[in-house]
Design a binder for this molecule. Structure first.
Ligand SMILES: [Zn+2]
Length: 61
């Protein structure tokens, strides 16, 4: 799907789950098999969880 690797351990073997937030922002939840690191991508770039939550909150407001 992408050539991204885990930011923690560099593994390319991780789960990607595409989600659409309430404001129609597309994000991808990623979970690494090797180190169990979890992170989010937005438009192919890593995104902090707090920013995802901020977007989700904004959409509800
Ligand atoms: Zn990892």
């Amino acid at each position: 799907m992408s050539d991204q690797v885990c930011p923690e351990c560099g593994a390319s073997d991780f789960i990607e789950i595409d989600l659409t937030l309430a404001d129609q922002t597309g994000v991808t939840f990623c979970s690494c098999h090797r180190c169990e690191n979890r992170w989010w991508n937005k438009e192919g770039k890593p995104m902090a969880l707090k920013d995802v939550l901020k977007l989700a909150r904004k959409a509800r407001a």
